[in-house]
Design a protein around this ligand. Structure first.
Ligand SMILES: NC(=O)c1ccc[n+]([C@@H]2O[C@H](COP(=O)([O-])OP(=O)(O)OC[C@H]3O[C@@H](n4cnc5c(N)ncnc54)[C@H](OP(=O)(O)O)[C@@H]3O)[C@@H](O)[C@H]2O)c1
Length: 261
C-alpha cells in the first residue's frame, strides 16, 4: 500500500510542529520545514520516540518567502518518498500596530511570509499532486479573515487574501482531484504572540479568550486532509466569531480595537 506523504511549512513550533507530528503518528511520511533547524531536530526526535508504526520524517530548512526553498522541499519529497499528497501551508507571522505608523519592514515581512509564502507553497505543491493523481492543500487562515481589525489590519488582510485564493483554487484544481481547504483557525496556544512583529502589548481582554491547543488543531487537520475540502472553523466559538464578523462588523471592529490597540 502507498504511504501518503504530507509537507508541512512552519513546522518548528506551534500548530505546524504539532501537525507534522500528528501526520507522522497517523502513518504519513512527512517533510517538515521551517527556518529554525534546531527546532526541526527536536521534532525529528519526537517522531523517533512515537510508538510504532509511524511514518518517516524528513526535515528541511526552508524560508517560505523564497520560492526556490519551497520548490526544493517538494523536489525532496518526491525524491525521498515518491509523491506528495497533502500540503499544509501553515507558516505565518503576526504583526500589530497602526497601519500608517508601523515599520515598513514588519509589514513587508508579514506580506512576504503570509501571502507570498502560501503562493509559493501552493504553486510548488500542486503540480506534484497533479502528476500523482490528486491531493489536498490545506491553507491555514484565521477567524480574523473577515473581521474589521484596527491595529492588526495587515495581518487580517493577509488571511483574507489566502482564504480568497483558496476559494478560487477549489474550482481551478477540482479537475485535478486536488481538494483545497482554508481553515479559519481561532486563538491557539503557540509562539505566535511572542513572535508577532511590531507593538508587543497584549490586552487582558484578549488573554481571557478561550484557546485551543496546537495538538487539537493538528488532529483536526489530519482528519480534514482526507475530506473534500472547503472553508471551516474548528470550534463553535470560532464559528460564532465568523458569523459576528459578517452580521455585526462595526461592533466586532470596536471590540477588536479595544483588544489590539
Ligand atoms: N496561534 C493562533 O492563535 C493563530 C490563530 C489563527 C491563525 N494562526 C495561524 O497559524 C499559523 C501557525 O502559527 P502558530 O500559531 O503555530 O505560531 P508559531 O508558533 O509562531 O509558528 C509559526 C511557524 O511559522 C514559521 N515561519 C515564520 N516565518 C517563516 C518563514 N519566512 N519561512 C518558513 N517558516 C516560517 C515559524 O518557523 P521559523 O521561524 O523557524 O521559520 C514557525 O514554525 C500561522 O499561519 C498563523 O497565522 C494562528
Amino acid at each position: 500500500m502507498t504511504v501518503r506523504v504530507a509537507l508541512v511549512t512552519g513546522a518548528s513550533s506551534g500548530i505546524g510542529y504539532a501537525t507534522a507530528l500528528a501526520f507522522a503518528r497517523a502513518g504519513y511520511h512527512v517533510i517538515a520545514t521551517a527556518r529554525r533547524v534546531e527546532r526541526l531536530a527536536q521534532l525529528e526526535a519526537a517522531v523517533q520516540a512515537l510508538p510504532a508504526p509511524h511514518g518517516d520524517m524528513l526535515t528541511l530548512a526552508c524560508d517560505v518567502q523564497n520560492a526556490d526553498d519551497v520548490q526544493n522541499a517538494v523536489t525532496q519529497a518526491l525524491a525521498r518518498f515518491g509523491g506528495l499528497h497533502v500540503l499544509v501551508a501553515n507558516a505565518g507571522v503576526g504583526q500589530r500596530g497602526a497601519l500608517v505608523d508601523a515599520a515598513w519592514g514588519d509589514i513587508e515581512t508579514l506580506l512576504r511570509t503570509n501571502i507570498d509564502g502560501v503562493l509559493h507553497s501552493v504553486r510548488a505543491a500542486a503540480p506534484a499532486m497533479r502528476a500523482g493523481g490528486g491531493g489536498h492543500i490545506i491553507i491555514i487562515s484565521s477567524v480574523v479573515y473577515n473581521m474589521v481589525t484596527p491595529y492588526t489590519a495587515a495581518y487580517a488582510a493577509s488571511k483574507a487574501f489566502v482564504s480568497s485564493i483558496a476559494a478560487a483554487l477549489r474550482l481551478e484544481l477540482a479537475a485535478d482531484h486536488i481538494a483545497v481547504s482554508d481553515v479559519l483557525v481561532g486563538r491557539t496556544t503557540s509562539e505566535f504572540n511572542q513572535r508577532r512583529l511590531g507593538h508587543s502589548g497584549y490586552s487582558e481582554r484578549a488573554a481571557r479568550l478561550p484557546r485551543m491547543s496546537a495538538e487539537y488543531v493538528a488532529e483536526r487537520l489530519v482528519r480534514a486532509s482526507s475530506g473534500r475540502g472547503g472553508r471551516f472553523a474548528l470550534r463553535f466559538f470560532d464559528r460564532l466569531i465568523v458569523l459576528g464578523n459578517l452580521l455585526l462588523p462595526g461592533l466586532i471592529g470596536r471590540l477588536a480595537m479595544r483588544q489590539y490597540k
